[in-house]
Design a protein around this ligand. Structure first.
Ligand code: CP
Length: 321
């Protein structure tokens, strides 16, 4: 694996997920794989899980980790080619990235979308610039359109639960449902989940959202889209709850309809579904307390699995170097 930006960087999703589960069973089995290697984690946005799980994963592989909160401690970076830098940006990525590539063997970057300019966000300029200029493997810690470490984690968590629940010999029904939120959020997690579940191909995959909340078809193609949430939830084995802002009329909130919040009553429609969310979650806005605090909730297990997903990806990159 050269870079890890999307599902397209993975040749065998099941093999990578099994590798992650093997690390969960034996975290230090490759403790010297990354000896004498340095990994840089660059954050242009906040994080709890991604930052800490990737650090733990890298250390389990023997790597030295340095975290750089670029948004708070670094120079404001410019990404536009040919920009006349007379404004707020101080350093061009063309100048910064090759230097970071000399300091680190692997570079990980979190860079959210602006939600103001769809073409710019969906061009993935930040990730592509680092891939072009750093000269070392780049791992996405969530980009403008995707969150691949989260999605790999989600598949690991589903596979793990399927084994526990004895779901074998049939495809689980997995439902991605939109939920209300007070702020316009990126489409990244939903796009990425759809991309990975479709590529995995081992689930009966349904997406439900209010009118005008369609996601980009390049990620959702292959899923069944159902606008009636109750209908979508029927017989679900897994329900993945996530808010996203509008894609077509980009970055807007069209509705905050509280009836889309996943409650215990709605869960009754499912096949006693396990409930997933990438976190952080707005309690009693996206998901009710009763669901989050119930035995159906997988959110803590899911967040714990972030370590094993990151460890499997970093190990693949280290072995390819
Ligand atoms: N799910 C996730 O990416 O969490 P953080 O934003 O806290 O890293």
């Amino acid at each position: 694996m050269k870079h890890f930006i999307s599902v397209h960087d993975v040749t065998d999703i099941n093999a990578l997920a099994e590798k992650a589960l093997a690390y969960k069973a034996n975290p230090l089995s490759d403790r010297v794989l990354g000896a004498d290697k340095k990994i840089g984690l660059l954050f242009l946005n906040p994080s709890l899980r991604t930052r800490l799980s990737t650090q733990v994963a890298a250390r389990n592989l023997g790597m030295e980790v340095i975290v750089f909160n670029v948004d708070k401690e670094g120079w404001a970076l410019e990404f536009e080619d040919g920009a006349i830098m007379s404004g707020t940006t101080v350093e061009h990525v063309k100048d910064a990235a090759p230097i970071l590539g000399q300091y680190f063997d692997v570079l990980c970057i979190r860079a959210f979308p602006s939600l103001k300019n769809k073409e710019e966000d969906y061009s993935e300029l930040v990730m592509k610039s680092f891939m072009q200029y750093a000269g070392v493997p780049i791992v996405s810690l969530e980009s403008a359109t995707l969150h691949p470490l989260q999605s790999l984690t989600d598949i690991i968590t589903i596979k793990e639960q399927m084994k526990k629940a004895g779901i074998a010999g049939r495809k689980p029904k997995v439902v991605l449902t939109w939920a209300p939120h007070i702020k316009p959020l990126p489409q990244c997690v939903a796009n990425s989940f759809a991309q990975w579940i479709n590529a995995w191909g081992e689930a009966d995959f349904v997406i439900t959202h209010p009118e005008d909340y369609e996601l980009d078809e390049q990620f959702t193609k292959g899923a069944t889209i159902v606008q009636d949430q109750d209908e979508a939830l029927k017989d679900a084995d897994f329900v993945y709850v996530k808010n996203w802002s509008t894609f077509t009329d980009y970055g807007k909130i069209y509705t905050n309809d509280p009836s889309w919040m996943l409650t215990e009553e709605k869960l009754q429609l499912t096949n006693n579904a396990k409930v997933m969310h990438c976190l952080p979650v707005r309690r009693n806005v996206e998901l009710s307390d009763e669901v989050l605090d119930s035995a159906n909730s997988l959110v803590t297990t899911e967040a714990g699995n972030r370590v094993w997903a990151a460890q499997a990806v970093l190990a693949e990159i280290l072995k390819s170097k």
